[in-house]
Design a protein around this ligand. Structure first.
Ligand code: MN
Length: 735
């Protein structure tokens, strides 16, 4: 029996062979062997989506077959993941079974996979180094064999097509990397076909809302658009045929979602305006005919000034060639026209990969070599005497403009975070973690404290100072204040205020208010009354404002005590006559009150109105007692008829105790307790008078009078005393 040598083609490979019908039997055999080797190696492996792993290398090979890459590339594409992913398969196996060329390609792709992680590459502390490092690696491998990079691009393209199976964080990360590195790389290599698909796929994950919006609008108006373009094409075809040029191809150029989006953003125009720009492509056999067609186009429609570009005479640096023009039709619609030859078209669509499409025609190898030489110059710029500055330069050459609109900053650990330019520490905080954003209170950049609206710069090392609890500020949402740049931060802050914020703030505010009232010995005071003091009609609004931090605990104490004093004064308002000689408490003459025209007089504070530092005051000359100081609005002053006895007084510049507050402290008695309380008061420069201690069942009840500079000290000093060991409670004593 004769051995059967022509093995049946596996179903998986049929589309690849359909794309490359002219392969020799040996070439087909190589591809088939590579397929069987890979299928066996990956036989137990599944992709994230659940399908057999072999579908991935097959799809990668298919992309390359459509670009018409050679068979060693197709074989290497089928084998590209085996060394990396399969235990026990070394590059030597590939070399033994498939030869040095295929092995070199597989090895190149395997090494490219080990792209630097952010931390490792960022140690140098320069933003952009990671990208520089990644691109440098890619270009170095390209220097060995450009086909390695083409396999890598095809690999990335298929992974992007199947990105839906990955968890969202990885989708975003991959999409970002693709848009920042691989799409610009495809552009640099001139492979438009891969570039636009990578861009659209990335955009779909990075900005799904906008993507869907544009896609929906495109679909809705497709029929209308196609009908219009048909009439335009017919008109142009008729005019060109008058020139007698054979083999003219006129086609409508498809619009890519990402490029529409970019145009909307760049020109700040709505979808309709971008969409109304129609695009045609004309392909004619000879270069000279391109210029003839240009003349026709400009004779039918009115050219738009400044829109004509001759990329035939002056090719773009990725070797793109075409004539570009834009014209306006009778209805005022703009039509963009590209005119090129089939060779230029191949170059435009497939870039450097076009080389393999013309392998037989040596003429095209010249362009290929030129392209390679150009790319090598880029590599040299990046690898010769590698300094950070060179790396930066290299990246700036490579970057798309998308790339340039971002800043790269570091976490304290050295991880790189990329943010849109104009981003602030708050954007950074929300990028790290929503909770970090909510608790963000301040930031240090490169060790120096900055304001929260600081604009981050590439290379900044950012450290977020967080508070204990979440409390984003409403100001952050105010666009004119410029606190945030990213929509992520905006939506997180909004969500917080919507859901958690108010409830939390009310609960927190209630805690603060109740504690404050208890300290002031006013536990029974209705919260409504306190809210009213601050002008709030609804208690919850007041509590929310307290919880949010708009109203501080000390200011509650101050307001409540002032209101209390006012009420007491009014209740105690006495008839005038001897009133100015009403009970007073003596204050040292240096008590921080300046008396116009005189000094060294005995000064006392009137007991009727208890003036506190900051109150408007007047002095009243009392027989034998010196000067009594009243509040300017004291009824006794206002009603007094003895105007000659009043003198101007001012609160002096020296800080003095002016306000006595009786305090009661409850504590488990211990040695040194009084000393500790004294220390707290001393730290606040508060004088203590009239101290009494009563101990019963080892519970000490300490009453004392604190002479405060101002009322807002009270809350703070009570809180500090309560933090002392053994202290149960410190509050104002209500007499
Ligand atoms: Mn792969």
């Amino acid at each position: 029996m004769v051995a059967v040598t022509s093995e049946k083609v596996p179903t998986d490979l049929e589309p690849i062979f359909r794309s490359r019908p002219n392969l020799s039997p040996e070439e087909r055999a190589l591809v088939q062997r590579a397929y069987h080797f890979a299928a066996e190696a990956h036989r137990d492996a599944k992709r994230e989506g659940g399908e057999p792993f072999i579908t991935h290398p097959v799809a990668v090979a298919q992309i390359l077959a459509d670009l018409r890459l050679d068979t060693p590339t197709l074989a290497a594409a089928l084998l590209h993941d085996v060394v990396e992913d399969v235990e026990g398969i070394e590059i030597e196996h590939i070399e033994r079974d498939f030869g040095a060329e295929v092995a070199r390609l597989v090895d190149g792709v395997t090494k490219l996979k080990k792209l630097p992680t952010s931390t490792e590459a960022m140690k140098s502390g320069k933003a952009g180094d990671r990208e520089a490092e990644t691109l440098r690696k890619i270009f170095l491998s390209m220097n060995n064999d450009i086909r390695v990079v083409l396999i890598k691009l095809a690999d990335r393209l298929h992974n992007m097509r199947t990105l839906g199976h990955l968890p969202p964080e990885r989708q975003i990360k991959k999409a970002r990397e693709t848009l920042d590195i691989f799409a610009p790389l495809a552009n640099r290599l001139g492979i438009w076909q891969i570039k636009w698909e990578l861009e659209d796929l990335s955009f779909r994950y990075l900005n799904p809302e906008k993507y869907r919006e544009i896609a929906t609008q495109l679909a809705a108006r497709r029929a209308e658009r196609e009908a219009y373009l048909e009439t335009v094409k017919a008109r142009l075809a008729k005019e060109i045929s008058a020139l007698g040029i054979p083999n003219v191809h006129i086609s409508a150029r498809p619009k890519h979602i990402y490029s529409i989006y970019r145009k909307m953003e760049r020109k700040r125009i709505p979808f309709d305006q971008v969409y109304d720009i129609h695009a045609l492509r004309v392909i004619v056999p000879e270069k000279v005919q391109c210029y003839q067609v240009l003349g026709v186009v400009h004779s039918i429609w009115r050219p738009v000034p400044g829109e004509f570009d001759d990329y035939i005479a002056a090719p773009k640096n990725n070797f793109y060639q075409s004539l570009h023009t834009a014209v306006v039709d009778d209805q005022g619609k703009t039509i963009e026209v590209q005119i090129r030859t089939p060779e230029m078209h191949e170059q435009a669509e497939y870039g450097i990969a076009a080389h393999w499409r013309y392998k037989e025609g040596a003429a095209h190898d010249k362009a290929f070599e030129e392209h390679l030489r150009y790319l090598r110059q880029l590599i040299e710029a990046a690898t010769e005497g590698v300094s950070p500055a060179d790396a930066q330069e290299f990246v700036s050459v490579m970057r798309s403009d998308v790339f340039q609109n971002r800043v790269y900053v570091f976490t304290p650990k050295g991880d790189v975070i990329d943010l849109p330019s104009g981003a602030t520490p708050i954007d950074f905080a929300y990028y790290i973690h929503t909770d970090v954003g909510h608790r963000c209170r301040g930031a240090r950049v490169n060790g120096v404290q900055v304001s929260l609206d600081y604009r981050l710069k590439s290379g900044d090392r950012v450290e977020i100072i967080t508070g204990k609890r979440a409390s984003p500020s409403l100001d952050w949402l105010n666009p004119s204040l410029g606190y945030i740049r990213t929509s992520r931060a905006r939506s997180k802050i909004k969500a917080w205020f919507k859901r958690v914020g108010r409830e939390n703030n009310i609960a927190l505010g209630r805690e603060v208010v109740d504690r404050e009232l208890r300290r002031l010995g006013l536990s029974t005071k209705p919260r409504e009354e306190v809210a009213a003091l601050f002008g709030f009609a609804k208690v919850d609004d007041f509590l929310a404002a307290v919880g949010y931090g708009d109203i501080s605990a000390p200011s509650i104490a101050t307001k409540v005590l002032e209101a209390d004093r006012k009420a007491q004064r009014e209740a105690a308002a006495e008839p005038l006559a001897p009133s100015a000689e009403a009970p007073t408490r003596p204050v040292n003459a240096s008590a921080g009150i300046d008396i116009m025209g005189d000094s060294g007089m005995l000064i006392t504070l009137a007991r009727c109105c208890n003036p506190v530092r900051g109150d408007p005051i007047v002095g009243y000359i009392t027989r034998g007692k010196g000067v009594t100081v009243h509040r300017a609005d004291c009824p006794n002053v206002i009603n007094s008829l003895e105007s000659e006895r009043f003198i101007n007084v001012n609160w002096g510049s020296s800080v003095e105790r002016a306000y006595p507050v009786p305090i009661v402290i409850t504590a488990y008695d211990r040695e040194g307790l009084l000393r500790d309380i004294g220390a707290v008061a001393a730290n606040e420069s508060i004088n203590i008078a009239e101290l009494h201690v009563q101990t019963r069942n080892s519970i000490a009840s300490i009453t004392l009078t604190m002479e405060l500079e101002s009322l807002d000290q009270l809350s703070r000093v009570l809180a500090k005393i309560e933090m002392l060991p053994n202290v149960i409670e410190a509050r104002r004593r209500v007499v």
